[in-house]
Design a protein around this ligand. Structure first.
Ligand code: DP6
Length: 371
C-alpha cells in the first residue's frame, strides 16, 4: 500500500510561509517529557521519505522517558541556525550532528528555525547503557518542543489535535518509531484499512478503540545486553529493500494488524500473545535472512523466551514476550498478574540480564508538557 496523498506534507509546506519571520531577540524555554514505546506490530523497512513499508502498532510506555529542555533565541534574519546539544549534561557531537541535519530538514516546515540559536538539554529516565532505543523518546520530545516553540511564536497550533499531529509528523522525520510516542496508550502508524484516518505521514492514537484491559498493561524490560548494537535499525531497514521476503512480510504485517485489532478490542489475550510473539520472532527472522544476515539476539534472549513459554504452559499465566531491535526482551502481561510475574522474573529470569537489570514499566498516558 502506498500513501498517495502526502496531505500533511502539502499542508505544512503551504503554511510555512506564515511561519518565517519571528521577532528578532525573542527568547524562551520549552520543556517536554516524552516516553519510549514498544511495537507490537513491527515497523521494519521503509520507503522514501521515511515512510514505512507496512503499518505498525505500539504501546507507549510510562516510566521510560526522555526529558528535553530547549532554550531558544531568535537571531536576526541573516543569521544561521546554531545549536548546542547536551545529553546528560555532556556534549554529544554524534547526536548533535544528526540533530542539526534533522533541524535543517524540518526547517522547510518551520522556516523560523533558520535564524535561531537553540540550546537543547536532554536526559533519559532509563540508564543510557540499558540498550533501550532512545531515538523514539528523543525525537518525540524534540518534535513536541519544536511545536511548542511554533505555538509560542505564532499561536497557530491551537487545537490539541493540530498540535500533536504536527509533532507526530515531525517526529517521524527524525525516527520512524518516534511518531507513535507522541500519543499515549496505543498508537498506530502507517496506512491500514483497519483504522480510519491512518496515514504513512504520522501516527494516530487508537486507545479508544481497544479493551480497557490493556490500558495499564505491564511491560517488564529484561535488559540482556546494554552494548552498542552490531547493526543499527537504520541499516536493518535498508536491508529490507533487497530482502527476498519483503513482499510476503508486508502482506503478513497487514494480516497481523487485522488480527491484533480484534484481540485488542475483545481482550483476547491468547490471540494477543500469539501475535506479539509471532511479530517479534519474524522481526529477528528478517534480520537473520537479510543479506548480509545479522544476529542481535543472544543466548540469554533465547533462554528467557524458552522459560517464559514453559512458565505460561505450566501456570496458564497470560504473559507474552516481544523483542526490540536488540537482545532485550519485553514481557507483556495484565496488571493483576504483576505479583506472580515479578516473582517469576526474580527467581528465573534476572540471572539472564546484564547486571540483573530489569525495568518494570507499563502502558502510559503519553508525553507531558513541563514548561
Ligand atoms: C524494531 O524507528 O529506530 O523498533 O526510522 O531508522 O529511526 P528509524 O528506525 P527506528 O526503527 C524501529 C524498529 C523497531 C520496530 C518498531 O519500533 O516498530
Amino acid at each position: 500500500m502506498t500513501d498517495r496523498s502526502n496531505l500533511l506534507e502539502k499542508k505544512y509546506r503551504a503554511e510555512a510561509d506564515g511561519l518565517a519571520s519571528a521577532p528578532a531577540g525573542y527568547s524562551g524555554r520549552v520543556t517536554w517529557e516524552c516516553p519510549s514505546n514498544i511495537a507490537l506490530i513491527k515497523y521494519w523497512g521503509k520507503k522514501a521519505i521515511q515512510k514505512p513499508i507496512n503499518p505498525s502498532l505500539s504501546f507507549t510506555l510510562q516510566k521510560s522517558v526522555t526529558s528535553l529542555s530547549v532554550d531558544f533565541l531568535v537571531h536576526k534574519a541573516d543569521h544561521e541556525l546554531t545549536l548546542e546539544f547536551l545529553l546528560e549534561d555532556r556534549p554529544h557531537p554524534l547526536f548533535a550532528e544528526r540533530l542539526m541535519k534533522y533541524l535543517q530538514h524540518v526547517s522547510q516546515f518551520m522556516p523560523f528555525l533558520k535564524s535561531m540559536h537553540l540550546k537543547m538539554q536532554s536526559r533519559s529516565s532509563f540508564p543510557h547503557s540499558a540498550g533501550i532505543a532512545s531515538s523514539a523518546s528523543s525525537f518525540g520530545a524534540i518534535a513536541l518542543a519544536l511545536c511548542s516553540m511554533e505555538q509560542k511564536l505564532f499561536g497557530n497550533l491551537r487545537s490539541e489535535n493540530d498540535f500533536f499531529r504536527k509533532a507526530s509528523f515531525l517526529a517521524r522525520l527524525g525516527s520512524g518509531s518516534a511518531c507513535r510516542s507522541v500519543y499515549g496508550g496505543c498508537a498506530l502508524w502507517g496506512i491500514t484499512p483497519e483504522f480510519e484516518g491512518s496515514t504513512d505521514e504520522a501516527a494516530i492514537p487508537v486507545t479508544d478503540a481497544i479493551n480497557p484491559l490493556y490500558a495499564n498493561y505491564r511491560d517488564s524490560i529484561l535488559v540482556v545486553s546494554s552494548g552498542l548494537k552490531s547493526v543499527s535499525s537504520t541499516t536493518g531497514h535498508k536491508l529490507m529493500e533487497e530482502h527476498p521476503f519483503a513482499a510476503a512480510r508486508v502482506i503478513q504485517a497487514n494480516h497481523n494488524m487485522a488480527r491484533i485489532k480484534q484481540s485488542l478490542i475483545v481482550g483476547d489475550q491468547h490471540a494477543f500473545i500469539n501475535l506479539i510473539e509471532h511479530e517479534a520472532l519474524t522481526l529477528h527472522g528478517l534480520m537473520l535472512s537479510s543479506d548480509p544476515g545479522f544476529i542481535l539476539i543472544q543466548p540469554d534472549t533465547l533462554e528467557i523466551i524458552r522459560k517464559v513459554r514453559y512458565y505460561r504452559k505450566e501456570t496458564g499465566t497470560p504473559v507474552g514476550f516481544t523483542l526490540d531491535a536488540g537482545a532485550n526482551v519485553h514481557l507483556l502481561y495484565p496488571a493483576n498478574n504483576e505479583k506472580d510475574i515479578h516473582g517469576f522474573i526474580e527467581e528465573n529470569l534476572k540471572r539472564h540480564c546484564e547486571n540483573g537489570l530489569v525495568i518494570h514499566d507499563q502502558v502510559g498516558s503519553g508525553p507531558v508538557k513541563i514548561l
